[in-house]
Write a protein that binds this ligand. Sequence first.
Ligand code: IMP
Ligand code: MG
Length: 176
Amino acid sequence: MKEEINELISKKEISDKIDEIAEQINRDYAGKKVTLLCILKGSVFFTCELAKRLTVPVEFEFMTVSSYGDGIVSSGAIRIVEDDELEIRGDDVLVIEDIVDTGSTLSFLLSTLAKRGPASLKLCALLDKPSRRVKEVDVDYVGFEIPDKFVVGFGMDYAQKYRNLDYIGELIIKED
Ligand code: IMP
Ligand code: MG
């Protein structure tokens, strides 16, 4: 088996898009402090790049949520692996995801987080694969809509590989 990666979104396109999203967030959260809740591990690069462009005060929280295992098809079983005893009561929370696929992860997370009494709870995802949606989720800030392709890079992995690519590409697995 050979793995190849076809570039879909360049480093420059990603950077320009994050500029745009940050501008919107700076406007929408003016006068507030925003708690960036980074969903590990895939959202780390996006969270950092976004945070560097924010002019409103920010705090960081991290959560590990698992649905994929090492495959390219979501297992559908979502669990919070690390919760960090997250205290968000009264906070303006912005959940940062790498990609919304079936929507299972975010809809599960949202209902869990909403019970903890945040002042507001919004979602921000770099990528959206709407064609695969199973659970309806309202994503407030979306970078790019992409077709039903398995992508890696800029934080996203295949079996923990390729997260460090500075672009986003489609993973192609070829039988040899
Ligand atoms: P969902 O619960 O099906 O929406 O899946 C969301 C999670 O699955 C994302 O946060 C990613 O970690 C992972 N995921 C979904 N699609 C891809 C992909 O194309 N490449 C890498 N990870 C993906
Ligand atoms: Mg993820």
